[in-house]
Ligand binder design. Structure first.
Ligand code: DGT
Ligand code: CA
Ligand code: CA
Ligand code: ZN
Length: 584
């Protein structure tokens, strides 16, 4: 078991103990130990083998024993017993926003509540409001939290859906009876949130393909199975629909099942206006609904369908009935960014704050990935919960970055780490670091991590103020939303975008699957104002470098091209671009 897995279990233990009402010092010890373990620079098994766990601050004997058991056996009976002793419904309720272990424990003790249904009833009966420390407002918040949790349960993050859908698509493509296969629906349109996964295949033997599909790994259960259609439940709780059609039908079915529904409606109307009929089976020379193959206008690909309807090919990401028809009629659709255009990420964390790898480890692995640069933007001091850096530590970090870069240069490598910070925008709009320090850094990302509940005008003023600072290169995750977890705080996007246009400030597309912030719906406007996008991983671990691909997918949805995205620039041009605002 590695250190991240161990840390996760320690956090769970801390939370379970809190639910049981254990003393706060004990529960906090587990949370603190988890944070310490996560940021260790050496592997745990090495520390254990050398009997050096005791040297780590804040890890007493009892914890050492548990960590050793976990790492060496992969299990911990203490944890298993603890889990079994707390009702599962109670643990599930932790996912309701605004309900911590302390409140849950009170609800359990005073009202005997053990699951969400009981909690909802108690709120509706007004019983929760009468408890000490709760009140009407809390009761209302809990009810809203319950509704939100339910509406989130049937929706999934794009990243999670891709992870299960692509192996299924590839397995289908490998089957000898499958001619063509593609994802469809919201997944193919790169939506940040996915209801269900849609797959489409063409074959002469649909039943064989359906049987094969239903038996693929990763499928938990078959919900419905017909001759040409199959619905399944995947591990992780996502539902997937496979449809199998003839290869002649494939392009039409693909266009239809890719959607969006709104886009399809306009496509059908265009067909009708030309005396044709378009549906999932074909494009027909007919004034009425039909599936008659004799009337079919043959189209080998989706491209042909668009051509028949007088349109430039519309990439799936743009099929939202949001301006794509006007542009495609004139042949004005942009050539969208490809993820391979990206040269590195300009917002990332290291073990200096809450990241999981050291600077040199990060540099080496990003070289391996073929990046040209990677900015280190650890948190500023106000983000104490994320181990934010003091001004002194930032200056030390700058030194370390320079040393690593010198080493790379001596080795003949062109890759460079860039110095930086993710500086907090404080409640009153000031930045957490003075300008003279910001001026020493290559990249300054300014983000809000506190005081989320101010009015829209106040939140907007904080962001606009940050954009006006000559040393701020980028505004980070504009609304602080965590998809399916936390609502965005209120921001007037147009006002912030206008301020960025005026000051030459870039806006981040934070590609963490939970964020995808700024939202794709605002990029079209930003682009029209000449505001540049930075697609950032906000990486806290190596694996997060993969977010570049997801972020590019969402940027495509925002109509962005290579020229609209700053981190497609090679290093020398990026350095110039970073200076441009400062000399203005
Ligand atoms: P989702 O699954 O909620 O994230 O969104 P979609 O877009 O994947 O929707 P889904 O799975 O219900 O259907 C896939 C596509 O099939 C949808 O984007 C468009 C097409 N489609 C489904 N039902 C209808 C319909 O009633 N009318 C039209 N025009 N198209 C439909
Ligand atoms: Ca779908
Ligand atoms: Ca579907
Ligand atoms: Zn942040």
């Amino acid at each position: 078991m590695n250190k991240d897995e161990v840390a996760d279990i320690l956090v769970n233990i801390g939370t379970l103990l809190e639910l049981k009402g254990e003393n706060p010092f004990k529960t906090r010890a587990y949370h603190n130990a988890a944070r310490t373990i996560e940021t260790l620079s050496e592997p745990l098994d090495k520390l254990i083998a050398e009997d050096r766990l005791g040297e780590i601050k804040g890890i007493g004997e009892a914890l050492q024993e548990k960590i050793t058991t976990l790492v060496t056996t992969g299990r911990l009976p203490y944890y298993e017993d603890l889990r079994a002793s707390v009702p599962k419904g109670l643990v599930d309720m932790l996912e309701i926003s605004g309900l911590g272990p302390k409140k849950l424990r009170a609800l359990n003790k005073e009202l005997g509540i053990e699951n969400i249904e009981q909690l909802e009833q108690a709120c509706k009966d007004g019983k929760v409001a009468t408890l000490a420390g709760f009140g009407e407002k809390t009761q209302q918040n809990i009810l809203e939290g319950i509704h939100r949790k339910r509406s989130y349960a049937s929706r999934h993050l794009y990243a999670d859906a891709i992870l299960v859908a692509e192996p299924l698509r590839d397995a289908l493509r490998d089957h000898p009876d499958v001619v063509r296969c593609s994802t469809a629906g919201s997944l193919r349109r790169n939506k940040e949130i996915i209801g269900d996964v849609d797959l489409l295949a063409s074959s002469k033997k649909p039943m064989e393909v359906i049987e094969y599909f239903a038996g693929l790994p990763g499928i938990l259960s078959v919900i419905a199975k017909g001759d040409t259609k199959c619905s399944v439940l995947l591990e992780g709780g996502i539902q997937a629909d496979l449809r199998v059609v003839s290869d002649a039908e494939f392009p039409f079915a693909l266009a239809y099942f890719t959607g969006s529904k709104e886009h399809n409606i306009v496509m059908r109307q265009r067909a009708i206006a030309r005396g044709l009929r378009l549906n999932e089976y074909g494009l027909f020379k007919s004034k009425e609904e039909t599936r008659d193959p004799k009337l079919l206008v043959k189209c080998a690909t989706e491209e042909d369908i668009f051509t028949e309807l007088g349109l430039q090919y519309v990439p799936p990401e743009l099929r939202e009935a949001a301006g794509e028809f006007e542009a495609a009629e004139k042949g004005d659709l942009p050539r969208l960014i490809e993820w391979s255009d990206l040269k590195g990420s300009l917002h990332n964390h290291s073990t200096w704050s809450d990241g999981h790898q050291s600077l040199e480890e990060i540099a080496r692995s990003m070289i391996e990935l073929g990046c040209a640069y990677w900015a280190i933007t650890d948190h500023s001091k106000a983000a104490f919960q994320a181990n934010g850096l003091t001004e002194d530590r930032v200056r030390q970090q700058i030194k370390e970055v320079r040393e690593i870069n010198q080493k790379l240069e001596a080795e003949g490598d062109d890759f460079r780490l860039l110095t930086g910070t993710e500086v907090d925008i404080l409640k009153d709009g000031r930045l957490d670091f003075p300008d003279d320090l910001l001026a020493e850094l290559d990249v300054v990302v300014a983000s809000i991590h506190q005081s989320f509940t101010l009015s829209e005008a106040e939140m907007t003023a904080r962001l606009v103020g940050a954009a006006k600072n000559p040393f701020v290169s980028t505004l980070g995750h504009l609304t602080g939303r965590l998809l399916l977890e936390r609502e965005p705080y209120k921001v007037n996007h147009a006002a912030v975008i206008d301020a960025c246009a005026e000051t030459g400030t870039w806006i981040e597309l934070n590609a963490s699957p939970l964020r995808m912030d700024m939202d794709w719906r605002h990029w079209h406007y930003a682009k029209s104002k000449g505001v540049k996008c930075v697609i950032n991983c906000d990486a806290h671990r190596f694996e997060h470098a993969g977010f570049l691909r997801l972020g590019a997918g969402i940027a495509r949805k925002g109509w962005l091209t290579k020229a609209d995205v700053i981190n497609t620039l090679p290093l020398d041009k990026l350095r110039k671009a970073l200076q441009a605002k400062r000399v203005k």
